[in-house]
Ligand binder design. Structure first.
Ligand code: AQP
Length: 332
C-alpha cells in the first residue's frame, strides 16, 4: 500500500469546514487504500502563543474530531506529533539544509509575519515549513493530502528530499501533494475572495464544525452571493455561489452540474436553505460523536499511545538512516 501522511493543528479548538472538506475528508477515504499516518501537529501550534492548558485540551479535541470524522485507528495510524521526538530531531537536520532565502520565500510565513509584526514573529514560525518537511520525510510518504494553501510547503519538501538524497545518497521518498481540485480551497462565506481560515475569516464567514447547528444554519443563510440571480458554477465571476455549490456537492455527493439543473429558475435563497439543512444534518452527529470521544479520555489517550508507538517505529528508522548519512557518530 502506498503511504500517505498529513497533519492538522490543534490551535483553534473546532475544525472549520475548509479543514474538513480540503483535507480531513480525503484522509478518511485514503485510509481504505493507503498506509495512512495522520497526526495532530502540536509542535506547529506553538509557533504562535498558546495557553498550556488550552493546547492540551485542544490536542485531545482535535484527535476526537478526527475520529468523529471517520478515522479508524484500526485502518490508519493516528498520533500526536510531540509524542514522536524524531520530528524535532530531523527538523534540525533539515534546517541545516534549507537556505535562509528559500525559507524567506514561503508565502504563509510572509503573510502571517506581516500581520504579526517582526517583534512578535518567532523563529519557530519561520522554520515551521522545515518542521513540516521533517514530518513528511520521516514516514517516507508518497502522497500528502492537503488543501491548496499547503502546495508551496510540499514543493519545499520535495526540494529538500532531493537535496538530501543528492548530497548524502538515496534516503528519502520524494512526496507529491494530493490536492483535490474541487475542494482545494473553500472560501469565506462573507468574503469569497479569500480562503476560509481560522485566523483571517470574520466569525460570520467561518463555519466551525463544533458551533451550535442553529448558528451554522444562520451563517449559511446569510452567505454573500451576488446581484445576479442565476445559480451557476463560475468561480471567476460568481465566487460566492460557486463556493456554496462546491460545499453542497461535496457534502451530498451530487455533481455540481446536477445541482445547477435542480436549481434552475430558483432563487439563491432556495439553495441556501437546502444547504443550511445539509450542514445541520452533517454537523449535528459530528458534534455528538466528538463529544462521545471526549467523554472517554482514557480510550482516546490509549488510541493515541498506540498510534505514537506505530509512528515511532517508522520515524526512528528514517531518523537513524539520516543521522548515519549526515555523519553523526553513532551512540554506543
Ligand atoms: N479554506 C480551506 N480550504 C481547503 N483546505 C483548507 N485547509 C485549511 N483551510 C482550508 C487545510 O486544512 C488542513 C489543516 O490545516 P491547518 O493545520 O493549517 O489548520 P488551520 O490552522 O485550522 O488552517 P487555517 O484556518 O488555514 O489556519 P490559518 O488561519 O492559521 O492559516 C491543511 O491541509 C490545509 O490545507
Amino acid at each position: 500500500r502506498p503511504r500517505v501522511l498529513s497533519g492538522i493543528q490543534p490551535t483553534a479548538g473546532s475544525f472549520h469546514l475548509g479543514n474538513y472538506l480540503g483535507a480531513v475528508r480525503q484522509w478518511v477515504a485514503l485510509q481504505e487504500t493507503h498506509d495512512a499516518f495522520y497526526m495532530v501537529v502540536d509542535l506547529h501550534a506553538i509557533t504562535v502563543p498558546q495557553e498550556p492548558g488550552v493546547l492540551r485540551a485542544n490536542t485531545r479535541l482535535a484527535a476526537a474530531q478526527l475520529l468523529a470524522a471517520g478515522l479508524d485507528p484500526d485502518r490508519c495510524t493516528l498520533f500526536v506529533q510531540s509524542h514522536v521526538p524524531e520530528h524535532a530531531q530531523l527538523a534540525w537536520v533539515m534546517n541545516c539544509l534549507t537556505g535562509f532565502g528559500e525559507a524567506s520565500r514561503m508565502t504563509q510565513f510572509k503573510d502571517k509575519s506581516a500581520k504579526q509584526g517582526a517583534d512578535r514573529t518567532t523563529v519557530g514560525l519561520f522554520t515551521y515549513p522545515v518542521l513540516q518537511v521533517a514530518d513528511i520525510l520521516l514516514y517516507q510518504a508518497e502522497q500528502v493530502p492537503v488543501g491548496e494553501d499547503q502546495r508551496q510547503h510540499i514543493e519545499l519538501t520535495r526540494d529538500l528530499a532531493e537535496r538530501f538524497n543528492a548530497r548524502f545518497g538515496e534516503t528519502f521518498t520524494v512526496p507529491a501533494p494530493y490536492i483535490l481540485k474541487e475542494t482545494a480551497k473553500i472560501y469565506d462565506l462573507q468574503d469569497p475572495a479569500v480562503k476560509m481560515s481560522k485566523s483571517a475569516s470574520t466569525p460570520k464567514g467561518l463555519i466551525n464544525l463544533l458551533d451550535e447547528p442553529k448558528a451554522t444554519a444562520k451563517k449559511v443563510k446569510s452567505a454573500v452571493t451576488d446581484t445576479d440571480t442565476v445559480i451557476r458554477y463560475d468561480a471567476a465571476n460568481k465566487p460566492g455561489v460557486s463556493n456554496l455549490l462546491t460545499i453542497m456537492s461535496t457534502l451530498t455527493g451530487s455533481p455540481v452540474a446536477d445541482l445547477e439543473q435542480a436549481y434552475e429558475g430558483k432563487m439563491y435563497g432556495a439553495l441556501k436553505t437546502d444547504l443550511a439543512e445539509v450542514m445541520v444534518d452533517f454537523v449535528t452527529p459530528f458534534r455528538d460523536r466528538t463529544q462521545g470521544y471526549l467523554d472517554d479520555p482514557e480510550t482516546l489517550d490509549s488510541i493515541l499511545a498506540k498510534g505514537a508507538e506505530k509512528a515511532r517505529a517508522v520515524a526512528a528508522e528514517s531518523l537513524a538512516q539520516a543521522y548515519e548519512k549526515v555523519g553523526f557518530l553513532p551512540a554506543k
